[in-house]
Design a protein around this ligand. Structure first.
Ligand code: NAD
Length: 492
């Protein structure tokens, strides 16, 4: 299942990089090298873009009838279902995430392809009544060659969020996975090919973001860049893409608020808030990492939250009962720990966790305890910056107005959750939160078909829904003269 070596995927072939060099990819739970991966050069990026452009311009994909594209997208999903256990295991081995989390993400990746198979059939142009003698229609054309750059926290799911709508729209693709987690994206490209996606339509290049990622973004052969990753990287990408005015969509970082009102079902809010922050080891763009609790229930809520946090099982990611898997890298553990220490220096207090862990049998892996930080104010760096680990900062609020003000007091605007039994308040507050995704009395932020994306510096564009197809197409407006007499606009 796991290969020793993974090559680039260009023009339907597994190929060595031009330099013949490789880099190591690891299992974060054991710290061991699990495979060698071809290190792409700029020349490889040129080849991948050329293959994608040829496929777009000379190939058939963009001109396949929607029904044929839909069939192939459904076939991709079917192969993924057959290989479900293998895909989950590969994802766990390369990312260190708990199997329970990987299963949901792989299933969602499958459902994405099914969603866009259906969407491809439903997506169409329109016609408008125009003055007599004229006829108008719009055509949705593929936007072109798409550079798709994805992060390490949801390797397969993010690749699927990008590949599925691009294929449905008839685009061709050069995908660059994160160097920490390249394996499942390469396997997915292979599956797409097996399902009938013609050669050159999907290409995968693996290697450094700062080098080949940036080169890909600037490449004149690329028409659109779809990026998911850090906000700072997103800014760099937007600047580079501006040179040739590429279409850009950005899914960036977050510091999402979680509001627990005094009338909430406290036990449900505790359970949902735990999941909201500790799912995927807290390495989620939509992690609800700022927890705001009404002052009247603060002590009770916090007590219950910590008691439940103590029950979370951190350890072997392949054990189905594990809740929290490994942190992606030793470097990321350092980042998490440095934020916790910074919180203490800023005057906050670690109520629970706040330390590196050693997991028996996985001593060389990267682990961090689920952590609760209190005595925080919203202006502290730990309340404003994305930590990307299992760390929640907890604050009190007095009333609804203050809750909304604090929730929105951040540069980010990806997701927000709120817990209340008051129906009117739930929707009143949802309407005021500056976030692309709002969860009321539940911790789940992403389902195929529901648009996902950010406000403010969490990016722009939406994924996972029909709206994404707009972002992978250009609209051509065609106005035809069909009158009997020739037109003579100047009357000369
Ligand atoms: P990152 O920005 O470091 O890297 C993301 C990808 O960009 C990687 O493939 C990397 O190699 C590449 N890259 C890095 N520098 C580049 C450059 N200059 N030009 C082109 N490509 C470059 O992000 P990460 O650490 O891999 O992922 C974590 C981040 O992703 C977090 O901030 C998280 O919030 C965000 N994220 C957002 C969403 C969302 O939907 N909004 C989803 C998942 C993750």
């Amino acid at each position: 299942m796991l290969k020793d070596r993974y090559l680039l995927f260009i023009n339907g072939q597994h190929v060595e990089s031009e330099s013949g060099e490789y880099f190591d990819t690891y299992n974060p739970a054991t710290g061991e090298v699990i495979a060698k991966v071809a290190k792409a050069t700029r020349a490889d990026v040129d080849k991948a873009v050329e293959a994608a452009r040829n496929a777009l311009e000379n190939g058939k994909w963009a001109r396949y009838p929607a029904s044929r594209r839909a069939q192939i997208l459904n076939r991709i999903a079917a192969i993924m279902r057959e290989r479900f256990d293998e895909l989950c295991k590969l994802e766990v081995l390369n990312s260190g995430k708990a199997l329970s989390a990987a299963k949901g993400q792989v299933m969602q990746a499958i459902e994405d392809f099914e969603l866009y198979a259906a969407a491809a059939l439903a997506f169409e142009g329109r016609t408008k009544p125009v003055p007599k003698g004229f006829f108008h229609y719009t055509v949705k054309e593929p936007v072109g060659v798409c550079a798709q750059i994805v992060p390490w926290n949801y390797p397969l799911m993010m690749a699927a969020w990008k590949i599925a709508p691009a294929l449905a729209a008839g685009c061709s693709i050069v995908l660059k996975p994160a160097s920490l987690t390249p394996i499942t994206a390469l396997v997915l490209a292979e599956i797409c090919h097996e399902a009938g996606v013609p050669e050159g339509v999907i290409n995968v290049v693996t290697g450094s973001g700062a080098d080949i990622g940036a080169y890909l973004v600037e490449h004149p052969g690329v028409d659109k860049v779809a990026f998911t990753g850090e906000t700072t990287t997103g800014k760099d990408i937007m600047a580079r893409a501006s040179e040739t005015l590429k279409r850009v969509t950005l899914e960036l970082g977050g510091k999402s608020p979680n509001l627990v009102f005094e009338d909430a079902d406290i036990d449900a809010a505790v359970d949902g808030s735990l999941f909201g922050i500790y799912y995927n080891t807290g390495q989620s763009c939509e992690a609800r990492s700022r927890l705001f609790v009404h002052e009247s229930i603060y002590d009770e809520f916090l007590h219950k939250f910590v008691e439940k946090a103590k029950k979370l099982k951190v350890g072997d990611p392949l054990d189905p009962s594990t809740h929290i898997g490994a942190v992606i890298s030793a470097k990321q553990v350092d980042v998490i720990d440095s934020y916790v220490r910074l919180a203490e220096r800023e005057g906050a207090r670690v109520l629970y966790g706040g330390e590196r862990l050693t997991v028996p049998g996985f001593e060389k892996g990267h682990w961090y305890a689920p952590t609760v930080i209190v005595d925080v104010t919203n202006d502290m760096r730990v309340a404003q910056e994305e930590i990307f680990g299992p760390v929640v900062v907890v604050m009190k609020f007095r009333d609804e107005k203050e809750a909304v003000r604090l929730a929105n007091d951040t540069i980010y605007g990806l997701a927000a959750a709120l817990w209340t039994k008051d129906f009117a308040r739930a929707h009143r507050v949802a309407g005021q939160l500056k976030a692309g995704v709002v969860m009321i009395n539940n911790p789940f932020s992403a389902f195929p078909g529901l648009p996902f994306g950010g406000y403010k510096q969490s990016g722009f564009g939406r994924e996972l829904a029909i709206e994404s197809l707009e972002l992978y197409t250009e609209t051509k407006s065609v106005l035809a003269y069909i009158g009997e007499k020739p037109l003579n606009p100047f009357g000369v």
